[in-house]
Design a protein around this ligand. Structure first.
Ligand SMILES: O=P(O)(O)OC[C@H]1O[C@](O)(CO)[C@@H](O)[C@@H]1O
Length: 553
């Protein structure tokens, strides 16, 4: 079904266009000056997170027009369809039930094809718990009877980024001595470097692949298996050292992973939404299962908030609608996410897949072209490092780049006054983006520093910061499994809400398939030479030729 006959013809859309005009001449500075309550009015707490969205090109009329637009696009019904297991992924005819993965045991049934999925979800969590304990307590050992010291998780995309983010983000909660490594890339350096320091006797491999068909994961798993069998001198060693998480039981069994060493994935979980399933095993291995359940509980708290809170107090809805506001009404082409927390350094990478694989779409659900821009480029990196790299562009570049700054109130590593300094940096960036520095202020400062009037006038434009650039501030008491769960779930729902407005399917990813197909066509030509004809075009043929010559093929 089309999302709407025409999004831009909706009265709510046109109202936003009208409201945008007068706001062009008003700065956020003025909005703050005219409203002492602004900071507290535009602040919402939920699921252990606090969103301060006061530094936006926003007033109450715009806020209600944005939420009206969400209503008009059918957000409420579509959200219920999502949670209740309807086939919201239309092109693949599947539900997208990541929320069921974190639903508590006493939840109402969530049915797929008439069957409640929750019992299997919880049985899988219990199996994960058993495995984690068996490995941690040395009950499950390697082929030679030694306890496992290292876990190598092999997977890519959603079977990698979420677990990688969470295992790193939750380092302060690590327990036990199992070290966790990730191998994703088909670049041989990745697996070579990882295996270099490991002992086959004490290394456990976890092959993470929903499809069990992904080239990178398959090839890396084969290399790992050779390394293990070579190292232990026994073909049958694979059995005790390999686990899999997949929907493709047969594929994993053909590889040599017994069914009882496999954990299920389900068609109704998208790869980029899967860290809550057994794909989260690396997280469970390092933080323990009770902490893993806290991660799920945090995400569930955000699910409840998203489902129940009114739109103008609803974190995912607010963040999504602000993104639509800048993307579609102010021409923003990208969105930057800056966590002021070293432990969250892989968050932007995870969000890139979540957001761009979901909302990088050009047609609506009915196949007709979208009338407006969809997902912007999401990028970012850890603060304060980015301040000394790309923040120049954010402050003085010609493009509008809305930002999310994420900063916990308390650090796990309270070294000297570092955390206060980090927090100060975060607030300073938010203030600088919002308030900027006028040319008159810049000139005044230069005069005060002893420059002549002429010099000050010349230099002032270079020192002027336009300001009026929007940012959200997201904070939490401390980064914990629960607050991390809530944070990731917040961005998942933000992604979904945007897709509802644009009328696109945020749960498929057909765009990544063509490259895979072409790659399969090119690989044999690289290795075996060109049979008749071309690989597709002369430029590709030329590069194939260069490769073969450089590698003596
Ligand atoms: O878990 P799999 O099936 O190996 O897929 C890995 C990743 O590949 C993709 O399909 C994209 O190529 C992602 O959506 C997915 O997370």
């Amino acid at each position: 079904m089309p999302n709407s006959p025409s999004l831009t013809q909706r009265p709510e859309w046109q109202r936003l266009e009208q409201l945008r005009q007068p706001l062009s001449g008003i700065t956020m500075r003025t909005l703050f000056d005219g409203d002492p309550e602004r900071a507290s009015r535009y602040l919402v707490r939920a699921a252990g997170l606090t969103l301060d969205f006061s530094r936006n090109r926003l007033n109450d009329d715009i806020l209600s027009a944005l939420t009206d637009l969400a209503d008009a696009c059918g957000l409420e019904a579509k959200r219920e369809a999502l949670f209740s297991g309807a086939r919201v992924n239309l092109t693949e005819q599947r539900p997208a039930l990541h929320t069921a993965l974190r639903a508590p045991t006493d939840s109402d049934p969530v049915r797929v094809e008439g069957e409640d999925v929750l019992p299997e979800v919880h049985a899988t969590l219990d199996r994960m718990e058993q495995l984690v304990e068996d490995v941690q307590q040395g009950r499950k050992t390697g082929h030679t009877g030694k306890a496992f010291t290292d876990l190598v998780s092999i997977g890519i995309g959603g079977s990698f980024l979420g677990p990688k983010l969470a295992t790193e983000a939750l380092v302060p909660f690590h327990q036990g001595s199992l070290r966790c490594h990730f191998v994703a890339n088909i670049d041989g350096t990745d697996i070579q470097r990882t295996l270099a320091d490991l002992n086959p006797e004490t290394t456990l491999f976890l092959v993470q692949s929903k499809s069990f068909r992904t080239q990178e994961t398959r090839e890396n798993s084969l290399v790992a298996r050779h390394w293990l069998v070579d190292g232990l001198g026994d073909e049958s060693a694979t059995e005790g050292h390999f686990l899999a998480v997949t929907t493709n039981t047969e594929g994993a069994a053909d590889f040599g992973i017994r069914v009882d060493n496999q954990f299920p994935m389900w068609d109704w979980v998208g790869g980029r939404y899967s860290l809550w399933s057994a794909i989260g095993l690396p997280i469970a291995f390092v933080i323990g299962m009770s902490r893993f359940r806290e991660l799920l509980a945090g995400a569930h708290a955000m699910d409840e908030h998203f489902r129940e809170a009114p739109s103008d107090r609803n974190l995912p809805v607010l963040m999504a609608m602000l993104s639509v506001w800048y993307n579609n009404f102010w021409g923003a082409q990208s969105h930057v996410v800056v966590p002021y927390d070293e432990y969250l350094r892989f968050l932007p990478e995870h969000l890139q897949q979540l957001d761009m694989e979901s909302n990088g779409k050009r047609v609506q659900q009915d196949g007709s072209p979208v009338a407006v821009d969809t997902g912007p480029v999401l990028w970012g990196g850890v603060g304060a490092n980015g301040q000394h790299a790309y923040h120049q562009l954010i402050h003085q570049g010609t493009r509008l780049i809305p930002a999310d700054f994420i900063v916990p109130l308390r650090s796990h590593n309270p070294v000297a006054s570092h955390h206060a300094a980090l927090y100060a940096n975060c607030l300073a960036q938010a203030r600088a983006m919002m308030a900027g520095k006028t040319e008159a202020e810049a000139e005044q400062e230069l005069l005060a520093s002893g420059l002549s009037a002429e010099e000050a006038r010349w230099l002032a434009p270079h020192k002027t910061i336009p300001g009026n650039r929007p940012c959200n501030l997201l904070t939490m008491d401390q980064l914990t499994p629960a607050t991390l769960g809530a944070l990731i779930a917040l961005y998942e729902h933000r992604t979904f809400v945007q897709s509802v407005i644009w009328g696109i399917d945020c749960f498929d990813q057909w765009g990544v398939e063509l490259g895979k197909q072409i790659g399969q066509h090119i690989l044999p030509r690289l290795l075996e030479g060109a049979p008749e004809g071309t690989a597709g075009d002369s430029a590709t043929d030329h590069m194939i030729d260069l490769f073969r010559r450089a590698n003596g093929l």
